[in-house]
Design a protein around this ligand. Structure first.
Ligand code: GDG
Length: 461
């Protein structure tokens, strides 16, 4: 029987890692088909890395440790300091290192070897994300001819940016070794197709395929989704109510605006903090009526850029609070730690607005989670960056340019309840608001979209 074989940098071998959107979706698919999941064990080894095989609840795991050199070259250097910034259009942060590329290629080859030794001709291989861009090249070199798909979780940049990568051709050729290549958004798909056509003599066919490098590949957008019912249930769980109660005692009847993001420069946190400052500057009547809470668990904190980001956020939050705070009011609370998913869902549910303003994001699951956590009788407003993949689907959010801090401040004002004396009163607008269902297009079919007043696609001056 044909099995699904997923390959990603990290797997959900640890049951605690089965909570995220990707992990849940993959786990369910593998669990249903009796498939296998291959990747890095999460450990660094001293000697030669060995392969570990184990099974849990019908899913086989094929894991390998990384050597210290592999971890530095493949993971820290090439994946996180070359590909991550480049694919997020941050050419200013990209570092190139030929040794790192060699190690990245070697790790992709080693993982491909580990997998090819264990798969059958009719299995389906499903490769995930920017850590494994070369995986299929080695799979094919080792003689495996079966079906293979690739999904990129992060954005794919325009060809003018992608071609900055010295190895762009090798990467593109390896991607075309898959039968299907999936992207989060139409914009990412179009960028890759344009690159193949303009730089590699690719020929686009009418059925969404591209002939390039001697292969024919289906290239499509498959926007990733969340489990909407599960998130709605989480938002009314005991832990969610407790978190809402806890923050309620500090809010003191003020309206909550919430942001939840991994602490990453792609998420636009400094720009967001600046916009919050402008909001209180430009709309003094909102002072003392709204409190912004930003949850930002640190990620990849060993990399210098992340340490700098942390320091910048500390400084910016201090400034907003120093300028605007009062004895009984903290305008911007910034919590650099992780919370349970149910607690987050509870905070989303009571928030008047969700601030999701990445400078560039593949999809952004927080935007979808915020929507699903809302009470349909009194929903909050989603303020969403036009540069998140989610903006192609969540048309009824307040769509903003995250670099334009004045407009983001304006969106915060639009979303705030006690807008002005002549404006609507707290809650009245949202109670009147309606909901509509829209086709999701991802793994989950329906996502309810919160329609709030005013429901324009962008904020006008
Ligand atoms: C990549 C792409 C793409 C955050 N803080 C906590 C916490 N989270 C959860 C959120 C959400 C997930 O982490 C973050 O997902 P995002 O989609 O927002 O962003 P990335 O981590 O950058 O993910 C992205 C995604 O892959 C999927 O394809 O959408 O574009 O960059 O689920 O809720 N969860 C818990 N505590 C926290 O403090 N429990």
């Amino acid at each position: 029987m044909s099995r699904l074989i997923a390959i990603s940098n990290r797997t959900a071998v640890d049951p605690n890692a089965r909570a995220g959107g990707l992990a849940i979706a993959l786990w369910e698919a593998l669990n249903a088909s009796g498939g296998a999941w291959a990747g890095w064990s999460g450990s660094i080894c001293e000697g030669d890395p060995e392969t570990q095989e184990l099974s849990d609840d019908g899913v086989d795991f094929i894991l390998t440790d990384l050597t210290r050199e592999e971890h530095d070259g493949y993971y820290h250097a090439y994946a996180n300091r070359t590909l991550w910034p480049l694919f997020h259009y941050r050419t200013d942060l990209v570092s190139f290192d030929h040794d790192a590329f060699r190690i990245y290629s070697d790790v992709n080859r080693r993982l491909a070897e580990m997998v090819t030794e264990r798969i059958a001709a009719d299995d389906v291989v499903w490769v995930h994300d920017y850590h494994l861009l070369l995986f299929a090249r080695y799979l094919r070199e080792m003689g495996w001819t079966g079906r293979a798909g690739f999904f990129l979780h992060i954005p794919f940049p325009p060809p003018e940016v992608f071609t900055i990568l010295p190895e762009h051709r090798e990467v593109a050729e390896a991607l075309c070794a898959h039968s299907v290549v999936g992207f989060q958004s139409e914009r990412d798909r179009a960028n890759f197709v344009r690159y193949l056509v303009e730089y590699c003599d690719g020929v686009e066919t009418s059925d969404g395929k591209v002939n390039a490098f001697g292969s024919t590949t289906l290239i499509r957008a498959y926007p990733i989704g969340i489990d909407p019912q599960a998130f709605t249930q989480a938002s009314v769980s005991e832990a969610a109510r407790a978190a809402a109660h806890q923050i309620g005692s500090i809010l003191n009847d003020r309206q909550l605006v919430i942001g939840v993001d991994r602490m990453d420069y792609s998420k636009g946190l400094p720009e967001r903090f600046a916009a919050v400052g402008e909001f209180y500057d430009n709309y003094p009547e909102m002072r003392g009526r709204v409190s912004v809470t930003q949850i930002a668990p640190p990620s990849r904190s060993v990399v210098a850029e992340y340490r700098e980001l942390r320091e910048e956020l500390d400084r910016l939050a201090g400034r907003v609070n120093g300028d605007h705070g009062d004895l009984d009011w903290i305008p911007l609370r910034y919590l650099a730690r992780a919370y349970d998913r149910d607690q987050l869902a509870g905070l989303f549910r009571i928030a008047r607005a969700g601030l999701v303003t990445p400078l560039r994001d593949g999809m952004n699951l927080v935007a979808k989670e915020f929507v699903m956590a809302q009470n349909p009788m009194d929903p909050g407003v989603l303020i969403l960056s036009e540069f998140a993949g989610a903006a192609e689907q969540l048309h009824d959010a307040l769509i903003v340019n995250p670099f334009d801090t004045r407009r983001v401040a304006e969106a915060l004002h639009t979303a705030s309840p006690c807008r002005s004396k002549s404006g609507w009163i707290a809650g009245a607008a949202s109670r009147k608001s309606s909901w509509r269902a829209t086709s999701h297009g991802g793994a989950r079919p329906i996502l309810m979209i919160c329609q709030t007043r005013p429901h324009r696609r962008s904020v006008s001056p």
